[in-house]
Ligand binder design. Structure first.
Ligand code: MN
Length: 254
């Protein structure tokens, strides 16, 4: 099995290295990752400048490694289409920090897994729900298990998995749960400041605001010490509104 690994924290991230160390026991690894931290890069792809893929090395790792000036989604495209052999599976992570609820829309890690699904490959994104202290081993062990099973499971073409792991040792994990996305918005503040030359600049920020962390959500599962697996797909159509929004059509047709 050949596994393509990428992330959005960058090629030097400990989470990526821990993931690779765990997966090298079961597969041939190819790493194509951004040369710097591109967290919250979303699904951006690069169309207006040359993309580079420079050979790199990670000490102690037997893998083909490239650092790219591209985004996480670029890295997946490069790993699938620019190298001699196509991977059998794509794994993105291990991200430093959770990707729960609406965060999946901003996350470069989740978008990398989505790009893999668009390329017709099985894929999952995996994140640890903490910034510090980063406890990656539990997620790395789980990724190895999932990577061995996922290629043999019949997922629909446009589907991939988003995995969030609590930041605790493996023996303290209470279970594994299939979940839906909760609601958790946190870019809800813009700070206006002034630079030394008197020019205005802005910082996007905010605090996580959980408006749905009810039972069955990814947020609740991780809070309860469970590993959360959310099956995602890229059809954003609101099917209820397809039939319930006819009043809009009526008014537009008047
Ligand atoms: Mn990140």
């Amino acid at each position: 099995m050949r596994i393509l690994l990428t992330n959005d924290d960058g090629i030097h991230a400990v989470g990526l290295r821990t993931l690779a160390e765990s997966l090298q026991e079961i597969a041939e690894l190819i790493l194509v990752a951004p040369e710097r931290d591109l967290s919250a890069a979303g699904h951006a792809v690069t169309l207006h400048k040359p993309l580079r893929m420079k050979p790199a090395a990670i000490p102690g790792l037997e893998a083909t490694v490239y650092a790219s000036n591209g985004t996480p989604a670029d890295c997946v495209v490069l790993g699938c289409l620019a190298l001699p052999q196509r991977p059998d599976l794509v794994v993105a992570g291990i991200n430093r920090g959770a990707n729960l609820g609406e965060e999946v829309l901003y996350s470069g890690t989740v978008s990398a897994a989505m790009e893999a699904a668009l390329q017709g490959l099985p894929a999952f994104a995996i994140s640890v729900a903490s910034y510090s202290p980063p406890e990656y081993q539990t997620a790395a062990d789980f990724a190895r298990k999932l990577a061995q099973i996922l290629p043999h499971i019949d997922l629909p073409d446009d589907c991939f998995l988003n995995v969030n792991v609590p930041p605790i040792p493996g023996e303290q994990i209470k279970g594994i749960e299939l979940t839906r996305l909760g609601k958790r918005a946190y870019i809800n503040k813009v700070e206006q400041r002034e630079d030394l030359r008197g020019q205005t600049y802005y910082w996007l920020s905010g605090n996580p605001e959980e408006t749905d962390s009810s039972e069955g959500t990814d947020i609740a599962a991780v809070a309860a010490g469970h590993i959360s697996i959310t099956p995602l797909h890229f059809d954003l159509t609101n099917y209820d509104l397809l039939t319930n929004l006819s009043s809009l059509l009526d008014q537009l047709s008047e």
